[in-house]
Design a protein around this ligand. Structure first.
Ligand code: SF4
Length: 345
């Protein structure tokens, strides 16, 4: 247990939560999946869908996908009955494709068993980790649990001038947030903390003079807001390389494959590739007059990848036509480099 005290002002009934909620009532962001502050509770399907999409992805990138998914599949029953390939295709471009596979698995469980009523029930579902379970429990059910994302980490690291860095920081922040979560309006409190981090307590230039918590903030009092959170020393990101093969028929059809379910970009459409390793290994999917047209760089969470793009014109029936929009981001980059290479023929 941490030795920090609550940032209370000493004035009876005025807490960090009450100050923050008063600010949130006036300044909450309007987001497609949100209910206004203090309003009725949102549909758990909407909360779950948005939280899965928001994992590792920005609010701006998610909004159009979220609307499109709800247009196509307005309820969890509709989503559970959807064709896997169609869902994967609609997810293309959002990245972290294991999320889409888990989304479908989870939708089928939810459609069969109903929505869990609390945090512990959500934790048992595929694709739902501690953060997502806490966010859904707080936002959809007002369960008073600590919800800690990157924004909340930054706000609390500054409020309490925490000197720990990740991963220990997350644990420390969770304990501090848990001590501040109000018994009522836990969902609004979670969203208010996130909004403060996204709009006021921003990473590079926090607007401390507009902050409803500046009187309580140690980092601000010390004039050191941007010194927190303390960064851990950087670990070098591994670099892998490989070949990717784009074979095109005269009518414009290109050869694609569905990648194995397990592994990166699992279940997504893509061009055949060799292994992604420290050294390049040729692995052409068929004999053809392959030539190099360029390279594509892409960064995954744990490594950086450089693919050498090979193209060839072939005369083999049975290739699948793709729309570039059906491809995940890495394969779209490959497609663009390959098509430019064909044009230079
Ligand atoms: Fe962040 Fe500044 Fe507010 Fe402290 S006073 S929480 S550093 S915006």
């Amino acid at each position: 247990m941490l030795g920090y005290h609550s940032c209370g002002s000493g004035e009876t009934g005025v807490t960090l939560a009450s100050d923050l909620l008063r600010w949130y009532d006036r300044h909450a962001r309007a987001l497609p999946w949100r209910m206004p502050p203090g309003g009725s509770r949102p549909d758990p399907y909407h909360v779950w869908l948005s939280e899965i999409m928001l994992q590792q992805t920005t609010v701006a990138a998610v909004a159009s996908y979220y609307r499109r998914f709800l247009d196509l599949w307005p309820s969890v029953t509709n989503l559970a009955a959807a064709d896997d390939a169609e869902v994967m295709g609609e997810w293309a471009g959002l990245g972290y494709y294991a999320r889409a596979r888990n989304l479908l698995k989870c939708a089928r469980i939810l459609a069969r068993d109903g929505f869990p009523p609390d945090h512990d029930g959500w934790m048992k579902l595929p694709g739902v980790g501690p953060y997502t379970a806490a966010a859904i429990a707080a936002i959809a059910y007002d369960e008073p649990v600590a919800v800690v994302d990157g924004n909340v980490e930054r706000v609390f690291a500054r409020l309490f001038a925490l000197t720990t860095s990740l991963p220990k920081l997350k644990e420390d922040v969770r304990a501090l947030v848990a001590a501040e979560v109000p018994a009522a309006r836990a969902g609004d409190f979670a969203q208010a903390t996130m909004d403060l981090g996204a709009t006021i307590c921003t990473p590079k230039s926090p607007a401390c003079l507009m902050c409803p918590l500046s009187d309580r903030c140690r980092a601000f009092a010390e004039g050191r807001a941007t010194d927190f959170p303390v960064r851990a020393a950087k670990v070098a990101v591994p670099h892998r390389t490989g070949f990717v093969y784009v074979a095109r028929r005269d009518d414009g059809a290109v050869l694609v494959e569905t990648r194995p379910d397990k592994g990166l970009l699992g279940g997504m459409l893509g061009f055949p590739t060799g292994p992604w390793a420290d050294t390049q290994v040729e692995a052409a999917p068929l004999a053809a007059d392959w030539r190099t047209v360029g390279q594509v760089d892409h960064t995954f969470t744990h490594f950086r990848l450089t693919l050498t793009v090979m193209v060839a014109t072939i005369e083999v029936p049975g290739q699948r036509m793709v729309r570039p929009s059906d491809l995940p981001t890495l394969m779209r980059k490959v497609y663009d480099v390959a098509m430019a290479g064909f044009v230079r023929d």
